[in-house]
Each structure stands twice: as structure tokens, then as C-alpha cells.
Ligand binder design. Structure first.
Ligand code: ADP
Ligand code: MG
Length: 702
């Protein structure tokens, strides 16, 4: 059984011992035989292909050449010694250079003996060379490699210093496989393996480390990726089943006075079709007798706040309190004012609770929540403090959810003996694969339509040398009474990087737009929250014309009169961030603009980002592109959200198809056997209980 392997400490593997074991623990999180077995190569290099020296050019990746060393020369001053070897294969000679291990190499390497050198060619002083190539005796090479595919394992500086190189790890894997191969037991049911034609686990693990052929490697990777994604999906789906059976949600059956009054009297515009559809979905959940767990996705400006408000009114109509939690004080305050405005003339007791609510007021709010007189609460993290107790909380809305940690959400869940309905709202469109994995147990609603009359934001790219032209454009907009955001990646200058910063920017902006004709507000992360609020307020009320800021204004703020978003050093920002920033404008009826300022030299990635953002306004398309360019680990939010999200082999960016397939298979199994009680599914339950690394313990979250 695999559990055996997870009980066997890595220090007992021949060739490891206590010292190396400690390094493996610390550097790679490898504690057991199983951990090592599941430490997969990150790439394979085809070592069946040999290059001749004549063919080599500096753009090639890792390559190998077979040949002979003609001679060795020491070079450099005593403190920076290097060894140069002249390697020759009949078509030419190439220099190989070492800076370390010189003495040993000089002894070990013999001229006139056939070797294989392996490394990355580069150009130095206009001459081709290979720095620190791997050198192998032709005979050892041939004995070791069946298929010619050499696995590469990532290591760290610390590991390399103790000679735990990729090669050394490969060696450990080979020892391990020999010892444990007979003990590996299957982790998927027989019927699945047969039906899906998967490689058995032992074969897959052997081939992932030591591919017998490229096609077996492909099969091994497929099997392991499938399994990884399958168990995540199965876990989520089973959780949903268990939750629906165990938990009874509050039933909101009434559509009463609050909702109706608002809809008939206060709502001054038509809901979009998308908003109507989402409201129907939410109402169905709320009336179902089950707890709602719904994710509401909608691009910036699509009108999620209104949906939130109407859901909260339904809660009041059914005798329940509700709350909405925002990630920042600015946003919570803005939500609060939006709600007040929407609810004008209605008697709803709404309160705002944030970190800067004075103590006396806080006490009063606590009391009102406890005795039920406060019907709606808007706030930040302050909402989830122990001291906040509701009388009967029926609905929790979390805005811009990716800023909240999992643990924080869980605490909010637990505010009632019966869990409240939960609506999670996000404006960062999540690529489907990521959503399926992060929120696979939530129902999903999408607002895929903007309110009418909105013109899409026009996006323009200027190189820094067009700054005066940009200023001219800003003047025109200001003359029409519009307001402008200018966003900088940094607060103050950085010596290392040539990016624009806010301090310099503020100076040059006030020079170009001098008082008293123009006035400029500033908001950045180093300001006290009171100052930030004040500065924001001036701008919101139209008292200042230009807002100079860092990305603290990225999320949520709604200022319809602001029509220009200038993003300085736009090459410095990620795609999702650029899209969020652009979403700050285009919220009113006037044509809005997003101006991307960049330096002249852009990296390939930066070029792709700028091209994408110029090409499309579609948040979902942008999120997909972001996922492809950056990989899910870097995606904004997933890291901050505190989700222990590590996949060992599958990639959400690349394995969307396998993921969908894994989801379908998991769904069909759960439909047939909701609690996985049938004998053929025992193995599935066992694996779920084991929660192998990489699978998240979702029960903590929901
Ligand atoms: P989101 O939170 O999804 O980014 P908001 O809820 O802040 O979007 O809505 C953006 C703006 O659009 C707000 O000023 C809001 O009052 C307005 N709005 C929302 N729904 C509609 C609608 N159906 N018709 C017209 N304007 C709307
Ligand atoms: Mg919003």
C-alpha cells in the first residue's frame, strides 16, 4: 500500500542519511519515500540527439556533443581561476569553461578519451562556449539511458552545494523505484483504469522518472495528471452532496414589502437581462430549503452591487439580517453610500463597520446586530471579529472575494448555528479551469452584459516620448469637465529599474497642470487610511480634477465622471491588473479612455500583455490570456487568498481538456453513487480520506 511508503522516512533510503534527509525536508518538502516518488521531473531532455560542433549556435537549448578533449588550460587570476577545455569532434572545436571543481576535473578528465558533454551553448567574446557542461564517460552514458530522455529535477542552491543536483536526485529515484516498485498499489478503481485505458500506477510512476519511450512518458503524464485533477473534482462534488444532505438552509419564500418597494419606487433603471437572470438563480437558491453557495462573476461595472442589494432586501423580507463584506475601507464606505442612496426614502437600518469606526459607535452597532435592529451591515474584516454577533444572520455577501483568505471566509460561515446563505462576488473573471478547481463546489452565476448606454473604454498605447501629446489630450478632457486617474507602479523612485514613480509623477503633473486652474489628489499605500479616505472623497465629489495614485485604487471605486485612466509604466503591470485599472473608467455615459504609457524597450511578455489589453475589453478573454502567460500560481488572488494550491503535475493553463474530462468522469460517478458506497468505489473513498498532497481540504472552507 502507498500508505506504507508515506510512513517510511526518507533518511532510510540508501544514499540519503540524516544530513541529506534534513536538506530534502527543508528545501523540497520531501519527508518520506512517497514524497520523493511524487517529486516529478520538471522537464526531460532528449539525449538521443547528438549535435556536431559545426551545427552549434548560441540560440540552441541544452544540447550534447560526443568527442574528445584536446587539452586543458588554466586561466584567470588566482582568485578567479577558471579551467578551459578544448573539446573536439572532427567537425570543429568548442571551448568548455569551469569556474568550480577545477582540481577534481583536471584529475578526472583525460585527453584522448571519448566523452559526452551536455550543456547550453552561449556566446562569449564572440566565441561559442559551454559553461559548466556535464561530462560523462561514453560508457556510463550508454548504460544509463534506455530511451534517451533524461529527467530534470528542480533543486536549490543549498541542495547543489551539498551535491544534491538534478543528477543526484535522479540517482535517488532510481534506488527508490527499485526498492518500492512491488509495493505500489493502485489508487484508481480497476474499472476506471480499464474504461479510460490509463496506465497502471506503478508503470506510470516508473515512466515518469525513467521513461522507457516517449509514448510511455506521455501516457504516464496523462495518467498522473488525470488522477490529480480527478480527485480534486471528486472531492468537491462529494462535499457538495454531503453539504446538501446535512445542512438545511433558511428558506426565503416571501418577496415582501422591502423588495417590492425598492423595485417599484427606488430602482430608476431597468435591470439588464443578465441581472434579471442572476436574480432568478439567486431567488431559486434562497427558496430551495438548502443553503446557497453561489459565486457571482461579473466584469467591472456590470452591476453586481445592485444584485447584492436586492438579495439583501429579500433577506429582510424574510426576517433575516444580512451583511456585505468588502476588502478595503474605501470600498466598504463606498458600498455603504451606494446602499444609502439606493434605499433613499425606505426605512432600512443599514450600518457601516470598519476598522476606523469609533469605539462608542462600534459598541452601539454590536448591540444593534445582537438584538436584530440592524438589518444590513456593510464592512471590512472588522465584520468577522469575535465580538460581532448577529441575532439571525441569513445572508452573507463577500465582494471581491479574492482578497479574503479562506480562513476569514470560514469564520464568517460560522457566525450562525445554521449557516447563512453565501454569495461570493468577484470582478476578476476567473478562467473556467481555475473556477472549476477553486470553486467547483459552488454554483456559478455570471453577469455577462453591461448596463445599456455604456461605451466600451478606448485603449491607447503611447511610448514615453509622446508624453506631451498625452498631456494635450488630458487638457481637452479636463476642459469638458471630466476627471482623470493617473496610476504609477511605484511610490518613489527605484534605482534598479527605470519605471515611473508617483512622487516624480506628482511633481511633473502639478507642473503641467498647475493650480489654481487645476487641482490634484494623491492616494497611495503609505498614507494613513484617514488621509486616503479624505483624498478619495475630494476626488469622488469632483473637488479635484486629477487623481494621482498607486494601485490602491484598483478595486471597486465608482466615479462616473472620471473618463481617463492613464497607466504609467504599463509594462510593469499584470494583465488582470491592467484590466481592473481600466475598469475604473467607463462607468458613466461619456466615452472613456485608457492610456498605457510604456518605455521604448519592451520584453516579449510585456508586448503580449499590451497587445492583449489593446485588443479586447472582455475580462474573461483577458483572464484566460493571463493564465496562459503567467500560470495559475501567479494569478492575482490565488496567492493572496491563502489557498494551499499546488498541483504536482497538472497545469490549469494547459490541461483544461483533461480537467473537463476528469470533472465529467467524477460527476458520472457521484451521480451513480453519491456517497461512494459501492464496493468498486471504496478505493475512491480511501483516497479522498487520505487527501494526498496537492488536494485541498475543502471541508475547512465550507
Ligand atoms: P460592479 O460592482 O459589478 O463593478 P456596480 O454595481 O458598481 O458594478 O455598477 C456600476 C454602475 O452601473 C453603478 O453606477 C450602478 O448604479 C450602475 N448600474 C447597475 N445596474 C444598472 C442597470 N441595469 N442600468 C443602468 N445602470 C446600472
Ligand atoms: Mg463592485
Amino acid at each position: 500500500m502507498m500508505s506504507d511508503l508515506s510512513a517510511r522516512e526518507i533518511k532510510f533510503l540508501p544514499g540519503v542519511g540524516p544530513k541529506r534527509a534534513e536538506l530534502l525536508n527543508q528545501e523540497l518538502n520531501i519527508f518520506t519515500f512517497e514524497d520523493l516518488l511524487y517529486y516529478f521531473p520538471y522537464k526531460y531532455v532528449d539525449r538521443s540527439r547528438f549535435y556536431t560542433i559545426r551545427e552549434i549556435h548560441p540560440d540552441l537549448p541544452y544540447i550534447q556533443v560526443r568527442g574528445y578533449f584536446l587539452k586543458f588550460e588554466g586561466a584567470g587570476d588566482p582568485r578567479h581561476r577558471r579551467l578551459v577545455g578544448y573539446f573536439h569532434d572532427g567537425t570543429g572545436t568548442i571551448e568548455t569553461v569551469w569556474f568550480q571543481g577545477i582540481k577534481w576535473l583536471q584529475k578526472a578528465l583525460k585527453p584522448d578519451h571519448e566523452y559526452i558533454i551536455f550543456g547550453k551553448p552561449s556566446l562569449f567574446n564572440n566565441k561559442l562556449n559551454i559553461v559548466h557542461p556535464e561530462v560523462e564517460d561514453i560508457r556510463t552514458f550508454e548504460a544509463n539511458l534506455a530511451s534517451g530522455l533524461q529527467p530534470f529535477y528542480s533543486t536549490t542552491e543549498k541542495l547543489k552545494n551539498s551535491f544534491l543536483t538534478s543528477r543526484a536526485i535522479q540517482k535517488l529515484q532510481s534506488v527508490l523505484i527499485q526498492i518500492v516498485e512491488k509495493e505500489i498499489t493502485e489508487t484508481l478503481p480497476d474499472y476506471l483504469i480499464r474504461r479510460l485505458s490509463l496506465l497502471p500506477l506503478d508503470e506510470a510512476l516508473r515512466n515518469i522518472h525513467f521513461p522507457e519511450s516517449p509514448s510511455l512518458l506521455k501516457k504516464a503524464r496523462y495518467r498522473l495528471k488525470f488522477e490529480e485533477l480527478f480527485y480534486i473534482q471528486l472531492n468537491l462534488l462529494k462535499l457538495k452532496v454531503v453539504r446538501n444532505r446535512k445542512i438545511h438552509g433558511f428558506t426565503f419564500t416571501r418577496v415582501g414589502e422591502y423588495f417590492n418597494t425598492f423595485y417599484k419606487k427606488n430602482l430608476r433603471f431597468e435591470l439588464t437581462e443578465a441581472q434579471k437572470r442572476v436574480m432568478r438563480e439567486i431567488r431559486k437558491d434562497l427558496g430551495s430549503g438548502r443553503q446557497m453557495n453561489r459565486l457571482l462573476q461579473g466584469d467591472v461595472g456590470s452591476g453586481k452591487t445592485l444584485v447584492a442589494l436586492m438579495s439583501m432586501l429579500l433577506a429582510i423580507d424574510n426576517g433575516f439580517q444580512s451583511c456585505i463584506m468588502a476588502p478595503t475601507e474605501i470600498l466598504a464606505t463606498q458600498h455603504f453610500h451606494t446602499l444609502l442612496l439606493f434605499l433613499e426614502g425606505m426605512e432600512v437600518n443599514v450600518r457601516l463597520l470598519t476598522g476606523s469606526t469609533p469605539k462608542s459607535e462600534r459598541k452601539e452597532i454590536h448591540k444593534g446586530l445582537h438584538d436584530g435592529t440592524i438589518q444590513m451591515l456593510v464592512g471590512t474584516h472588522a465584520l468577522i471579529e469575535e465580538t460581532v454577533q448577529f441575532r439571525h444572520l441569513g445572508l452573507v455577501i463577500i465582494d471581491e472575494q479574492h482578497r479574503f483568505g479562506v480562513a476569514q471566509r470560514a469564520r464568517l460561515w460560522q457566525k450562525n448555528p445554521e449557516p447563512p446563505h453565501v454569495l461570493v462576488m468577484t470582478a476578476t473573471p476567473i478562467p473556467r479551469t481555475l473556477a472549476m478547481t477553486l470553486y467547483g463546489d459552488l454554483e456559478v452565476s455570471v453577469i455577462d452584459q453591461l448596463p445599456p448606454g455604456r461605451q466600451p473604454v478606448k485603449t491607447i498605447h503611447y511610448y514615453d516620448n509622446r508624453r506631451l501629446r498625452m498631456h494635450g489630450f488630458l487638457r481637452e478632457q479636463l476642459a469638458q469637465g471630466r476627471q482623470i486617474f493617473i496610476v504609477y507602479p511605484l511610490i518613489s523612485g527605484s534605482e534598479k529599474m527605470d519605471y515611473k514613480d508617483l512622487e516624480d509623477g506628482y511633481e511633473s503633473i502639478t507642473r503641467a497642470f498647475p493650480p489654481p486652474k487645476y487641482s490634484v489628489s494623491v492616494v497611495h499605500g503609505r498614507m494613513k487610511s484617514g488621509e486616503k479616505e479624505k483624498s478619495m472623497k475630494y476626488f469622488i465629489r469632483g473637488k479635484t480634477h486629477i487623481m494621482v495614485a498607486t494601485t490602491v485604487i484598483e478595486v471597486g471605486v465608482d466615479i462616473p465622471n472620471a473618463t481617463v485612466m492613464v497607466i504609467e509604466s504599463a509594462e510593469r503591470f499584470g494583465l488582470s491588473q491592467l484590466h481592473q485599472l481600466r475598469g475604473r473608467v467607463g462607468r458613466g455615459a461619456n466615452q472613456s479612455y485608457c492610456i498605457l504609457m510604456t518605455g521604448l524597450n519592451l520584453s516579449e511578455d510585456a508586448k503580449k500583455r499590451i497587445e492583449t489589453i489593446l485588443r479586447t475589453n472582455d475580462g474573461f478573454e483577458i483572464a484566460e490570456a493571463d493564465l496562459r502567460l503567467r500560470g495559475p500560481g501567479d494569478l492575482e488572488g490565488t496567492q493572496q487568498s491563502g489557498i494551499p494550491f499546488t498541483l504536482k503535475i497538472a497545469s490549469l493553463g494547459q490541461d483544461g481538456q483533461i480537467l473537463q474530462y476528469a470533472r465529467d468522469v467524477a460527476e458520472s460517478i457521484i451521480t451513480d453513487d453519491p456517497l461512494l458506497e459501492k464496493p468498486q468505489n471504496h478505493i475512491l473513498n480511501r483516497q479522498l480520506r487520505k487527501s494526498p498532497p496537492g488536494i485541498i481540504n475543502w471541508s475547512v472552507i465550507s
